[in-house]
Write a protein that binds this ligand. Sequence first.
Ligand code: 7TS
Length: 431
Amino acid sequence: MRTAGERSAGGQIAGAATRASASGGRAFDPLAVREDFPILRQKVYGKPLVYLDNAATTHKPRVVIEAIERFYENDNSNIHRGLHALSERATAAFEAARDTVRRTLNAADLREIVFTRGTTEAINLVAQSFARPRLRPGDEIVISTLEHHSNIVPWQMVCEATGARLRVIPIGEAGELDMKAYEALLGPRTRLVAIVHVSNALGTINPVERVIEAAHARGIPVLLDGAQAVAHMKVDVRALDCDFYAFSGHKVYGPTGIGVLYGKVEHLEAMPPYQGGGDMIASVTFEKTTWNRLPYKFEAGTPHIAGGIGLAAALDYLDRLGLEGRAAHEQDLLVRATAALRAIPRVRIIGTAPAKASVLSFVIDGIHPHDIGTILDRDGIAIRAGHHCTQPLMDRFGVPATARASFALYNTRDEVDALAKGVARVIEVFS
Ligand code: 7TS
């Protein structure tokens, strides 16, 4: 069966994305978009799948699946080394993908786009290659209470190795950064600020422009963890003027195992390689090895070529859909879900900052989040229950875990209503 996401005979990508952009701003239609995502058609335990775990990973539109399939069927080859036709095509496709990422982030220069395995590897790269050689005992790295473990542990590791200290920005009851406390933390020993752009556990959108401005006023570089941001908003690294920006392909409707580190070229030039191996060298002798130019200096070994190509297909897909309609749709889902859960007695929402992405964390008095997740699963509703790799944040709110629904562009109001009904049923089961 042909679906909306399949290619037409002329090779043009059909699908909701094209139709929406061709319509010149017609209202965003999540039902048309759903046709582009084959996985959403299934039933779970006999119920239609309601997938609300998008902060963990998003599903892939057919154009992404097809781009990967096309690569393996036609062009599969190693890159940057072969002289043959397939290798040239694979190299061209991978480098074109890098340019798609560059355009998406509005980076000035292709040398600033390093492919990694994901956000986690991108942050570890900066920790080991940028921070570690610069840190002296007593130096400080500033992070926040909102961080995912992958923006905590790499800094603890370099602190352990160098004698530097981690300083943590507190947050308020709504889950918003305490900006006064932040500015007070910045001092002569601060060497780096590493902050999440959008919280995966609470949805808080941090005022990263102000975070960067305050740090730069004191000459301190800033890394942003954009794992949860790129899918929901325009990220312009030049307008932000951030020093580093990290994100993962699989959270922006692209493949797993591929991600991006953006870094200002002057930083990347000054940094030693993170890993040694093939492709990252200019020349090797047993006496002396010299490094390849950027960004290859940071891409040792055969990369996830199909992953990069799939990621570019995902970013192109989002671009064709346009940001305005899908962002408004996601906010509509968040507002509706927040109101629906607020109306249920015993439900408490954790994370009520005024600026939020479509993430809704909640707890129910006397019911463990895992039980909420398990019962909802039997209704075909997939949410996440746990600490969301943000244990210090859970401690801040005095809970071991939360239940978390996170919405993507393909979710619908009906699915929000199914969630609310499911949550009410959980309470019934336990009373
Ligand atoms: N930073 C944030 C803010 C994240 O949400 C995640 C993953 C990561 C970093 C790590 O990304 P990775 O692709 O390198 O693993 N967050 C989640 C989540 O909320 N549920 O599962 C993974």
